[in-house]
Structures are given as C-alpha cells and as structure tokens.
Ligand binder design. Structure first.
Ligand code: ARG
Length: 420
C-alpha cells in the first residue's frame, strides 16, 4: 500500500511545519497511534520531551471516527505531522468477513471486534513508520490488557526492527497526574471523560471499567450506546434478508452493499431491536478475568445468519470439524496472533469450506433477538424429497431396517455380554 492512503496535513499547515523544522537539526521520529483521547494527547509532549523526538500521529477510522477534528487536535498539540486513514473497508473485507466465515466467537460470546481491529492498526502503524523513517511506534495501551500484546506482536511480525514505546504503561501517571501534566503544557484537555473505558469499530463496541468491574451489578443503561433496551424496542418485528456469496454477506433486502455500508446498515437495524448486547466475564491473555460489556448488533446477526446458511450447505463432517477450527481460530485472533502461519493455515481450511455457502437467510428481529425464519441456497444439501413425510417422499424406508441392525450391532453385543 502506497503513501496515498494516508491523508496528510493540509498544505498550509504542512508548509508551516516544514518551515519550522527545516532550520533545526532533524530529530528522530516516533509514530504515535493517536485517538484524540486524554492518554494519547498527553503522550505527544511526553514523547517529545523524553525521547527528544518529532511525533507523527496516525489516526485510523475503523468505524465512527471524526478524522478531521482529531487531526486538527494532533497538530494543535504539536505533532510534526498528523496522518489519518480510513481503514473501514479494509477492516471489513480482510479481517471481519474472514472471521465471520470462520465463525470465530471468543468463549462463545464475544465476536472479537476490538481484537480484529488491532492487527490492522499494527499494519498501518508499521507502514507509516517505514515510509517516514521512524525508529519507533508508540501506542496508548495499558499494561493490563490484551491490546498491548496484539499491537506489539503485530508490529514484531511486520516491522521487526521497529522499537515500541508504551507511554501509559511506562509513565506511572494517574488520571489526575495526566490532566495536570497536560494543563501545565496548555493542552486542550477534556477532563470529563466517561467512567467507562470503551473501544469501537464496525464489528462492535467494547465497554469495561467503572462499576462494570462488579460482576454482580447489572450494567447500567448508559453503558450502552448502540442498542436500545428491549423495553423501548418496537412491538412489531422487522424482517431482513441477508444474501451471502461464499460465506461473505453482499446484499441486504435485495440491495447490493459493500462491507462498511452493509455492516453499518445492520448495526442500525439490529441495534434498534436491542440485538447484540453481551455481558461476558472473559479470560484475558494476561491471566486476568475481566467483565466486559459488548454491543455487536451486526456481528451477532451476521454470525447467526451465516451459521444457518452453513447448516444448509455444509456436510455434517465439515460442520463439526469447522466448529473445532472456529474455537482455535478465535483464540488465535484474541491472542493477537493474526500475522502467523498458523492463522493462514486455519484460514485456508475455512476458505475451502465456503465454496457453496451462498444463499439467503431471512431473519426476524424482535425484542432483543434475531431469529432465523427462512433459508435458501442454490447448492443446499437439504433435500425436500428425502426430508418430507408427505407423498413426495423419496427416502428408501426398506433400507432403514438393515441399517439399524448394523448400526445397533455393537450395542446389542455389549448388552448380551456385559448386562450383569
Ligand atoms: N476485552 C476486549 C478484548 O480484549 C476488549 C478490550 C477493549 N478495550 C476497552 N477499552 N474496552 O478484545
């Protein structure tokens, strides 16, 4: 991928910045993954001061980010260059849909939204670092989560010579310290941050911390942002038809849609019916159990629909083996091992299974649940003539008797010999 995907600073500010730096000795460069929040905003002067470096910020839109305002903020706090990239379609096509095809849901609950975004963020960071000759990449992850592992393992895979700096993990500042540090340097800081820690991309919203750390406490309504409480969802169900081509959703209600639009559309539709709320006590990679709330309206709906289409088109053996692969694939994604031969191998198997996973799934959305109510597939293994109890029945009943004799032979033998 070339430089063109990254929107750079506007020409006036670019010139101003270039003019300012050209008279000075070039400093080493650090690329910072910049969200615009308190942590990464404070990180800009902290990195400049501690490493005597110029900071290039990179802000990535994986869902619903206002790139322009964050870019302006980065420049205002002294970034040498503020880069942005719209990674939404890449996220959908290269990470979310392969994961959907694989059926990866961590610990049977979490569709892995945050976990699927991290390898792409690592990839963009490494590309920018290489392009701009930066010696290090800095990120705003804490030392307790999975995300530091995912980013740093991703960077190790794609840019092995690049150093990693994790200011929040290193600086030992409390939230109050950060605010003081920022205010002393006149940074534009918004001190009334939510009491929850959140992360969002197309595939879902992750919410943790605050009172959610008490696993006995029901999540307060304001922990949710994408889904309606069931008490406020429509009384009438809505119906939606999702079309898949080889396991990838390509149309909704007869209208062709690309990755980002399709997922956004289903997030809105499904969220309005309260679908996709998940309350999960999960096993983190770093050995901690954590209670996390997720809102994944589109991902929940799509996984249910995709599994239903596979029930029509995969053989029994394929379906069972694939379910085992899905467990492993989910752990691989959760554990930050996207850029590995092991994932590529698992993915090759999954891709092979998707050849005939083409067709339509009809779903009813009502009061927090998306239910499959209809399915059709041109290459379905479902056979009416074999399944029916009506006159059209083609199943050979006479062969059932012999089959059962053989099938039950070992049971009969066991009983004859070992019944005492
Ligand atoms: N626990 C989830 C994961 O490891 C989400 C972490 C997201 N971070 C957050 N600030 N809520 O994938």
């Amino acid at each position: 991928m070339g430089a063109s995907v990254y929107a750079s600073v506007t020409s006036e500010s670019g010139n101003r910045i270039k003019g300012a730096t050209s008279t000075e000795m070039a400093k080493p460069k650090i690329v910072l993954a910049y969200s615009g929040g308190l942590d990464t905003t404070v990180a800009v002067p902290w990195l400049q001061e501690k490493y005597d470096a110029d900071i290039i910020t990179l802000t990535i839109d994986l869902g619903m980010v206002d790139l322009e305002s964050i870019r302006q903020r980065a420049l205002a706090i002294g970034a040498m260059q503020a880069l942005t990239v719209d990674g939404r379609d890449t996220l959908a096509n290269e990470f979310l849909f392969p994961s959907l095809q694989a059926g990866t849901v961590y610990e049977e609950q979490y569709p892995l939204a945050t976990a699927l975004g991290r390898p792409l963020i690592a990839r963009y960071l490494v590309e920018v670092a290489k392009e701009h000759g930066a010696y290090a990449i800095a990120h705003g992850c804490t030392g307790k989560g999975n995300d530091q592992v995912r980013l740093e393992v991703g960077i190790a895979a794609l840019g092995p010579g690049i150093d990693v700096i994790a200011p929040i993990r290193d600086w030992g500042m409390s939230r109050e310290d950060e605010i003081e540090y920022g205010q002393a340097r006149n940074l534009p800081i918004n001190a009334n941050r939510s009491r929850f820690s959140t992360d969002e991309n197309l595939w879902g919203r992750s919410v943790e911390a605050g009172e959610l750390e008490d696993p006995w406490l029901e999540p307060p309504e304001d922990a949710y942002a994408w889904t309606s409480p069931v008490s406020e969802t429509p009384d009438e169900p809505a119906y939606v038809e999702i079309h898949f081509e080889c396991g990838v959703p390509t149309a909704v209600d007869g209208e062709n849609m690309a990755g980002t639009d399709l997922i956004n559309h289903l997030n809105t539709l499904s969220g309005a019916h309260g679908i996709g709320r998940i309350d999960h006590v999960e096993n983190r990679l770093v050995g901690i159990k954590s209670r996390e709330i997720y809102e994944c309206p589109a991902a929940t709906l799509l996984h249910t629909a995709h599994t239903a289409l596979e029930a029509m088109t995969l053989t029994k053996d394929q379906a069972r083996t694939k379910a085992r692969i899905a467990l492993e694939y989910a752990d691989v994604v959760y554990n930050g091992l996207w850029f590995t031969a092991h994932r590529a191998d698992l993915n090759a198997y999954v891709q092979s299974t998707q050849r005939y996973v083409t067709g339509d799934i009809k779903m009813r959305l009502h009061k927090g649940t998306g239910t499959v109510v209809g399915r059709q597939a041109p290459k379905a293994l479902y056979n009416y003539g074999l399944a029916t109890y009506d006159r059209a029945d083609e199943f050979d009943h006479s062969s059932a008797e012999g089959f059962i004799k053989i099938f039950g032979l070992s049971v009969r033998t066991e009983n004859q010999v070992q019944s005492d």
